[in-house]
Design a protein around this ligand. Structure first.
Ligand SMILES: Cc1cc2nc3c(=O)[nH]c(=O)nc-3n(C[C@H](O)[C@H](O)[C@H](O)COP(=O)(O)OP(=O)(O)OC[C@H]3O[C@@H](n4cnc5c(N)ncnc54)[C@H](O)[C@@H]3O)c2cc1C
Length: 469
């Protein structure tokens, strides 16, 4: 058993570099909401344009989903290309592959050009199977890469069949974010939560810290987009939670990998740690967590990402004109896609053609397969809502009760103090489930997270929850 188990991401050991919060009204051309990898990548691309741009981050830049990833920069992305083919066609899969290979190069160029010290290093990527019966899947992937001009080799990982590419990388995400923050420091406001957006004639009005930001264009880079109910976003995706642990190893390797078996396992190394990520369905993941996860690994944390129903990101405008844009839905491959989002959003705003804007268009049409997935996503969301209304924790420190006729969730701390919150996420009123790794209340439907006293840590909820006794 590890003596000092930390329930936060290894990247969060990096010390904080705070920027000021917004303390005045202002008028800009572009307001970017969210200072994760997406927001800063867009800000970076816009810096050499004539747009007056502002980036508004509710906490500290990069400490959202970005800080909890494994930070691989790779286009060997599990079997995403076959999933894209299934819900689209071969051409879309090819175009997506092209985009990801380009994004790896683009990110490398930014790091080198700006001389960002972010532990960026070469790390060949492996795709492997541990179960012989999944070998045909691996062969299919190999064929796809080969046919599309990728220099890929068949090999072994330990004794498992594997395929490998060499032109991929890993880095430290917070060090990279801090590098971008330094470049964009005059445009970024931290601890500045956008609470409301209204549209007035030709501009948007944002409420932030009691001040007003007027913007001609708004870019939502909040990971899960807020404020856009008419777009029916919850029906076009689901949120997937993954578990990550960092374990000290005696012989770290300069490689990363992901398998194609039923239980997904992804890994990379950082210094003398191995970072292991596993996906699972929510219920089995929670069981896994209790049974064998919490005590193992020096660092343990959870993370979530938006999985789109055709496995392609949503990057582009959602209004008829170019005034309101989003960038999200990266299917757990955000470092390539967020970097690319920077370029695509810049091109849209500058009225330049971008060869990927059609592929990632958030308003793209549904086909029959996507239509079916639409019901699967809606079903997943509904199941999560139903689950969250039942008693869903075996943790003795967690209780669900009725108080003043309302359903409340209670966490009892080690001093026997009760922390009571209303068992309703403010976003769409789903119930909450206790996250035993990070001691948070999580919404299974759309991924909002709250601390034990109801402070909103991650969206899509834009409000805290409370319960007046
Ligand atoms: C377990 C896991 C591992 C992953 N590993 C990899 C990997 O190895 N390689 C890879 O390419 N991708 C990986 N990803 C995906 C990648 O981490 C994400 O897709 C990416 O970091 C998303 O970045 P973002 O900027 O969109 O979101 P975030 O980093 O979450 O940034 C959004 C920001 O918006 C802010 N915000 C939200 N609401 C407001 C508001 N109202 N006002 C102001 N600010 C607001 C938040 O505070 C936050 O900082 C992984 C994902 C998971 C779940």
């Amino acid at each position: 058993m590890v003596k000092f188990m930390k329930t936060y991401s290894i990247w969060n050991e990096e010390k904080k570099v705070n920027l000021p919060s917004l303390q005045k009204d202002c008028t800009v051309d572009v307001a970017i909401i969210g200072g994760g990898l997406t927001g800063l990548s867009i800000g970076y691309q816009l810096k050499d344009t004539n747009f007056k741009t502002i980036i508004l981050e509710q906490n500290e830049c990069g400490r959202g989903v970005t800080s909890k990833s494994t930070a691989k920069i790779t286009y060997l992305q599990e079997h995403i290309y076959h999933k894209i083919k299934r819900f689209g066609d071969e051409k879309k899969a090819q175009k997506y592959l092209e985009s990801q290979r380009e994004a790896v190069v683009l990110l490398k160029e930014i790091i080198e050009k700006e001389k960002i010290a972010c532990d960026f290093e070469s790390s060949p990527s492996y795709l492997f199977v541990t179960d012989e019966k999944n070998k045909p899947k691996l062969d299919k992937e190999y064929q796809f890469y080969k046919q599309n001009g990728v220099n890929i080799t068949k090999t072994k990982l330990k004794n498992y069949p594997a395929i490998k590419v060499d032109d991929t990388y890993v880095f430290h995400p917070i060090k990279y974010i801090n590098g971008l923050k330094k470049i964009l420091k005059d445009q970024i406001y931290e601890n500045s939560r956008v609470e409301k957006i209204t549209q007035k004639e030709n501009e948007y009005v944002l409420c932030v810290n009691g001040y007003t930001v007027k913007a001609k264009n708004v870019v939502l880079a909040t990971h899960y987009p807020y404020f856009i109910y008419p777009f029916f976003f919850p029906l076009k995706n689901h949120v997937e939670t993954s578990y990550v642990k960092a374990i000290k190893v005696s012989k770290p390797l300069k490689i990363n990998g992901i398998n194609l078996d039923k239980e997904n396992l992804s890994f990379r190394f950082y210094k003398d740690y191995c970072l292991l990520l596993f996906h699972s369905s929510m219920s089995s993941a929670r069981k896994n967590l209790r049974d064998n996860f919490i005590e193992k690994g020096e660092y343990n944390w959870t993370n979530k990402d938006v999985i789109s129903n055709d496995y392609l990101p949503f990057i582009g405008k959602i209004t008829k004109d170019d005034s309101f844009l989003i960038a999200c839905g990266y299917n757990t491959w955000g470092f390539t896609n967020a970097t690319l989002a920077g370029r695509i959003i810049k091109d849209i705003l500058c009225k330049k053609k971008n060869k990927y804007s059609f592929l990632f268009d958030p308003k793209r049409r549904r086909n029959l397969n996507k239509f079916i997935r639409f019901f699967v996503d809606a079903g997943n969301t509904l199941t999560a809502i139903l689950k969250s209304t039942k008693k869903n924790s075996n943790n003795q420190n967690v209780e669900y009760r009725k108080m003043k006729g309302k359903s409340v969730a209670v966490y009892i701390d080690k001093n026997k103090k009760e922390h009571i919150v209303l068992n309703r996420c403010p976003h769409m009123k789903c119930g909450l489930v206790f996250n035993e790794v990070e001691k948070t209340w999580d919404c299974l439907c759309h991924g909002s997270r709250f601390d034990i006293d109801g402070k909103c840590l991650e969206g899509p909820s834009n409000q805290d929850i409370s319960f007046d006794l």
